[in-house]
Design a protein around this ligand. Sequence first.
Ligand SMILES: [Zn+2]
Ligand SMILES: [Zn+2]
Length: 228
Amino acid sequence: MLNALNWLWTRNCLLCQARAPAGKDLCLACDQSLPRAQEACPRCGAPGAAVGTDAVCGECQRHPPAYDATRAVFRYAAPVDRLIQHLKYHGRLELSRVLGGYLAQHLLALDDPLPDVLLPVPLHVSRLRHRGYNQSLEIARCVGRELRIPLDRQGARRIRATAPQMELPRDQRRKNMRGAFEVDGSFSGQRVAIVDDVMTSGHTVNALAECLRNNGAQEVRVWVVARA
Ligand SMILES: [Zn+2]
Ligand SMILES: [Zn+2]
């Protein structure tokens, strides 16, 4: 009976169409080929920190970000980049469950102290209207459900429509995000985890983290599916 049920629940692998193990979205081979994040700066998640050290990178030493730590499951590389693009631009909402599931598993394995609340990076209302959903909210929903952490859907707003960070030259990204967010209410004494799909330069989450700090947040972490 159990075997029959397992068979019913098996899907084909999202990436190669081979049969995936029961309850999984990817076959074992594809799962193992995913570009897992390697050694990285614990503060900003930038790849390439010396193996086995906890030392923050030079950039974080020179300009400490407004957030305390970054956790990323993957590098922003194939095929994870494609999965995220499908979620974001092609309406493949079910991928938020897959990617959010990987993020939740990763966080459980790290055994970090869990925050009081999850805050998905908000989209500006014009982009939300155009896309119809916020992929970060969908990912955060899944993580919150699996780790039993409440979600704050209304706590922050994007008050300025900004150009996508990935389309801008590096030196313009910080300026692009300045004043982009507004936080409602108090986060006094709260430990918050900002949830996003991809972190590129970190300026987006930094702008949001600054707002949270100014509104009393005690600790701000960044949880992302992939780090570019
Ligand atoms: Zn596969
Ligand atoms: Zn760093």
